[in-house]
Design a binder for this molecule. Structure first.
Ligand code: PDD
Length: 278
């Protein structure tokens, strides 16, 4: 499919940006990943709101309105009718033609968006669950910004893969905060727990939806810190993200979580999630 770049729809190989772009030189930019189910952009307004918060945090403003983004993204997804998709958009600060860390006053942002076919949910992971390991969180202290600067996340996720796990659950100051590419939940004595929003985790759109669904269904939940010990002793562990939806962790650091299968509360929330989607 065609991509969107700075006002134009182009073949991917036609899309060119300057090597002086601050996104390329400094990772100076922010992004969003938005699921598209059956031609519908899922929770688009939430994603665009978070985009605005990320931009605000890096001293930028959104150059386009919600309606303008909507028109661009609609045009992209219409290229793959009837296909579930993963839509990516990114805004970098742009280029002034020279490399200087200081933020320039006059600069035009670079706007990019694309779509790819996606399979939601991944059936095997949904039924069997996935493996995770814990790693020390060595990222910065502004993890609530959805920054394209993802080297720490890339290395952490890769370390998890080297251990045969699909995700790294990150520990900061003895607390489990989130995954390298997802938010985390545990279940203890039927109660759903996820860490409160802070500068140490991304305010996930899927996380918020899971809490919303739990509330609607009268499932007990709380937003409170999860110690490393509580994580190790959890009855269930879940990961959430726009690409994973809700996924059960059945093995943590080589140890079974619960009975080693996705748990009963997981099955409930996963069903509610599927029902909400459709
Ligand atoms: N990642 N935490 C981190 C560090 C993430 O990178 C993501 C998502 C999430 C979940 O957020 P959401 O539910 O809004 O997708 C939490 C995306 C999918 C990515 O980088 O590809």
């Amino acid at each position: 499919p065609d991509i969107y770049l700075n006002g134009q729809f182009l073949r991917p190989e036609e899309g060119k940006i300057s090597v002086m772009d601050r996104g390329f030189l400094f990772g100076d930019g922010v992004y969003e990943v938005i699921p598209c189910y059956a031609g519908r952009l899922f929770r688009l307004e939430h994603h665009l709101q978070r985009l605005d918060s990320s931009l605000h945090a890096i001293h930028m403003t959104n150059p386009l309105s919600t309606a303008e983004w909507q028109a661009i993204l609609q045009r992209l997804i219409q290229q793959l009718p009837g296909t579930d998709q993963s839509v990516y958009l990114q805004i970098t600060r742009g280029s002034t033609g020279k490399r200087d860390h200081a933020i320039p006053k006059e600069i035009q942002p670079t706007l990019f968006a694309m779509t790819q076919p996606a399979i939601y949910p991944d059936e095997a992971s949904l039924t069997n669950g996935v493996k995770a390991i814990t790693l020390q969180d060595n990222r910065w202290h502004r993890c609530n910004i959805k920054a394209i600067t993802l080297l720490a996340n890339v290395l952490l996720r890769s370390e998890a893969m080297d251990h045969g796990a699909s995700e790294a659950i990150l520990i900061r100051d003895g607390q489990a905060v989130e995954g390298a590419t997802s938010n985390i939940f545990i279940v203890k004595k039927q109660r759903i727990i996820t860490p409160p929003k802070s500068e140490h985790l991304l305010p996930g759109i899927t996380r918020d939806l899971v809490l919303e669904l739990a509330g609607q269904q009268g499932m007990p939940f709380e937003e409170s810190a999860i110690s490393e010990q509580a994580l190790n002793e959890a009855d269930e562990i879940w990961l959430t993200s726009s690409s994973k939806e809700v996924m059960a962790v059945v093995e943590l650091n080589g140890q079974r979580v619960g009975n080693g299968k996705p748990g009963p509360i997981y099955s409930q929330i996963a069903n509610h999630y599927q029902a909400y989607k459709n």
